[in-house]
Design a protein around this ligand. Structure first.
Ligand code: 5GP
Length: 204
């Protein structure tokens, strides 16, 4: 069976990447979402085992030591990481796996899994990002907004290390989701992923 594609999706807070990924998965059943582990507190409505595995710092560090994390990073004072086992099980079963992770994690994946596809979702421009962050209305302190804007600037500066950019314009969730599905469809036809096909071609 053909292995699935490991799709890394990054994007600053306010890029709408969570919503785009949700839409992509509603429209296309070949994708599995890798649930990350984190040491941050759950936000309202977030569920353990659905949005994240919420674990303590001690537990997180012992999983790093045991080699159970495919990658991990510290972001705004908390650990985030990708549990290794589930990712490989899904790829081996032919499913495309989405890692919704930050730039530090993406760079680790690029080194460890050179055939991963790295994609960044961005807002149309920085002003729109700032408006989205301020307009969320969740009573976030100015300091947190400035932190997120700084993190966004840092993330966007790493764009050249990625393979693809998808701009998530306001009200264009469907278009962004379709663009990602198109990118993955094209990636499945890359000659450098056809090794097994070529090896078997004349032996049929
Ligand atoms: P949030 O706290 O807003 O859910 O996520 C903060 C940042 O952590 C986002 O940029 C998100 O993509 C990133 N993130 C979530 N899970 C992981 C992970 O498993 N590994 C890494 N490196 N970053 C992650």
């Amino acid at each position: 069976m053909k292995k699935g594609i490991l799709l890394v999706i990054s994007g600053p807070s306010g890029s709408g990447k969570g919503t785009v990924i949700k839409r992509l998965m509603e429209k296309n059943d070949s994708f599995s979402y890798s649930i990350s582990a984190t040491t941050r507190q759950p936000r309202e409505g977030e569920v353990h085992g659905v949005n994240y595995y919420f674990i303590s710092r001690e537990e997180f560090e012992s999983r790093i030591d045991a080699g159970m994390m495919l990658e991990h990073a510290e972001y705004c004072g908390n650990y985030y990481g990708t549990p290794k086992k589930e990712v490989y099980e899904n790829l081996d079963a032919g499913r495309n796996v989405i890692l919704e992770i930050d730039v530090q994690g993406a760079m680790q994946i690029k080194k460890k899994c050179p055939d991963a596809v790295l994609l960044m979702i961005t807002p149309p421009d920085f002003r729109t990002l700032e408006n989205r962050l301020r307009g969320r209305g969740d009573n976030v302190a100015e300091e947190v907004i400035l932190n997120r804007l700084n993190a966004a600037r840092f993330e966007l500066e790493q764009l050249s290390a990625y393979d693809y950019i998808v701009v998530n314009g306001t009200g264009e969730i469907d278009a962004a989701a379709d663009e990602i599905a198109g990118i993955v469809a094209a990636e499945q036809h890359r000659v450098d992923r056809a090794g097994e096909f070529i090896a078997n071609f004349f032996n049929a």
